[in-house]
Design a protein around this ligand. Sequence first.
Ligand code: GLC
Length: 462
Amino acid sequence: MNKTLLILTLLCATILPTGLRAGEATETKEQRDARMAWWRDAKFGMFIHWGVYSVPAGFYEGKPVPGIGEWIMNKGKIPMTNYQAFAKEFNPVKYNADDWVKAAKDAGMKYIVITSKHHDGFAMFCSQASHWNICDASPYDKDVLKPLAEACHKYGIKLGFYYSQAQDWNNGGSAAGGKWDSAQEHDMDDYIDKVAVPQVKQICSNYGEFPAVIWWDTPRDMNTNRAQKLYDAVHALRPNIILNNRLGGGFAGDTETPEQFIPPQGFPGRDWETCMTMNGTWGFKKDDHGWKSTETLIRNLSDIASKGGNYLLNVGPTSEGLIPQPSLDRLAEVGAWMKVNGEAIYGTGPTPFGAEAGAFSETEKDKNGKPKFIPSWEWRATTKAGKIYLMVFKWPADGKFELTGLQSKVNNATALAGHKKLKLKQTKTGVTLSLPAEAPDKIASVICLEIADATPKVASAK
Ligand code: GLC
């Protein structure tokens, strides 16, 4: 076979007909829909960033270290020995997995993703592949993932593991910005074979029905060969697992992961999840009090759901094992809203309209030189068969809500809070709702429109 033909053959072998990347399992649309179903219905999850970095909590040698808390070893260029000493103070005696899972459930969250090993390499489980773990290197000496898995099983919450597969600043993995301690020098393939693959196998084997998700991160120095080893290790143990798009090596994964922002129009045709902090850091920092308001959190959730995405909202527990009170307060307030309005979020599809989210500026550019998206925060919409949910942020002063473009017949309109039927008038150009003077909810009042069509008919945007 001549050289050109050989290259062509190899190329064809890697671009699979389903458009998947090389080395990813093939499946039919029906199989993928079945595998993704729980995640697509869930819409709202808790991210937990927890580890040794919660001991320094943003400070080193008495000085604040700028940046996100879980990066303190890197941003502070802390030598391995000095950083590993922090593990001796990591003793989360106040950790109660049941309380954490209950807080997530009461917030309306349906899944949890916790850092099993972050970029500092500290395993939150009794790793056989490295002594740099909670059982061997900390006084706590217990796996914290196991009680969490048990509580998730008890409360019917799915559990996923974040795993930093490439960066590992204490086990010889990669380091963004370059290594800063000669003791970190190590062969990347040896780290992958001796630490990452065995640890991923371990976290995919010891927790009953979980993990349901593996959340890879920062695929630095990840080539196809290294990524394939990790992909195969996970898939052999958990063929139905959901993987994000951060493995590296050209693996697409199942979900896009916009971080700290909501894509203006979502990712049409792709599952996606915006992950966000509740303040300014993923891992705990004792001086970060920049908490987002509950209004922002609920409107973010509504915005994300209206674009067809999931919201993975982070908490960063302390080294004592406590979720910060400001996080718990916000989770409880979001939960109170979800108790009344959750049907407008869970299992919904994206808005049939779109313009309500905002528009691209004709004059302003974003940091990439593209037209800047100017969001509008008046209302959002989600859909279910035969229903449209309106999440109204700005309650009309004149008591009239104009929904132009809807062509489907509206059979009735109900405010979810108090189940109050609303008067409506429908014309060829849309429907006008007569609203009570007071908004049922000061953050987002939800109105359910029951329509005659399974899928809403909307006049196409001009
Ligand atoms: C970034 C940060 C990492 C954090 C992740 C959450 O990749 O490097 O610390 O865990 O965002 O999405």
